[in-house]
Design a binder for this molecule. Sequence first.
Ligand code: NIG
Ligand code: FE
Length: 417
Amino acid sequence: MNHSTIKAIINTAQIVTPMGTKAVKGAFMEEIKIIEGGAVLIKDDEIAFAGTKEELVQHSDFSDDAEIIDAAGKSVIPGFVDSHTHFVFGGYRPGEFMERLAGASYLDILKKGGGIQRTVKSTRESAWDELYDSGYQRLTSMLAQGVTTVEGKSGYGLDLDTELKQLQVMEKLNRDHVLDIQPTFMGAHAIPTESDADEYVDFVIEKVLPGMKALSVFCDVFCEEGVFSVRQSEKLLLSAKKLGYKLKIHADEMIPLGGAELAAAIGATSADHLLASSDEGIIQLAGSDTVATLLPCTAFCLGKPYANARHMIDSGCAVAIATDYNPGSCYTNSIPLLLALAVINMKMTAPEALTAITLNAAAAIDKSDSIGSIQTGKKADLVILKEADYRFLFYNTAMNQVDKVIKNGKVVYQAPI
Ligand code: NIG
Ligand code: FE
């Protein structure tokens, strides 16, 4: 007979979680649930129950045989979802970072054939195993910071073979590594040096998009001055939509081109960056189902003003936050830094930031029905923090607060003592 495995997380100080199966908008982002001294019951890889310890012992799935996970007086939160990364890449760009510190702009470096183009060259040259091994290590580093699901983009190939290589690496990593990976095809990440923008968009639509569908859920585009225009981005994304892709846009990262407006108009799942979005773009996002994904680590690394998170939330947007981990604009996967920037520099409240990195981030990759909160029926992806009070996530500035990570109901990470 096939018995279920039953586990109970007991002895918590508090269970802290947003609630729901959809992105939470505007003022509702503040409304998280805190169960003081709560307990969680896990059946196989799912949450069977989360509530008080009195309710736990009465639950029909609970018995004295349940395996106990002792939270030792600490708080429990949902696993983090990093909904925007470019974690599969070859080579590094420290020289470019120094150039930027000395005043060069990100787009100027790209125009001169550096930036993304440099990583394209090294990713094309990288062996499959190199990409796999470095990707594996990067996932492990994310796991130690409480990330249980990560989105990863292609876009360092700009040709059929290398885009395919990046997505196949992610597919194997998804099978081999304990983290879940949501893959995004981002062939339109830059214009390859051997092409022009219109010609390249047509090439991607005709020759690349159809074949990548089996390996990716989302299609993303870098809609930016000097990269892909709103018209080119729209053409590509509408073709992707017809093939069944869900849509994402790198929108208004440097210049208010109208990427936010485009995302809302074509029903993108998320619009990302939004540092320079217009008020009109923000109003349109607020009236849509598109999640506004903010990437403050990128603004920090580029020395740019942060996206106006307060205005977006106060206007009714669903805001998510993510790292944008990549070797150029933001070479950090630091969740502690991300959380610090969200509350200190973007003026989000602690509950809003927690919602943004869990439930709304899950919605940004269309997974909020199964992850992103601690409630019955969702996957048992949880983090036990080092402290009793979840606010230490922010207060203990830019320090890792993760004690244990539970993925699919199993303890898969324990912080060194
Ligand atoms: O999200 N802006 C475009 N893509 C990445 C940067 C990629 C890179 O610089 O390698 C971003 O910032
Ligand atoms: Fe990005």
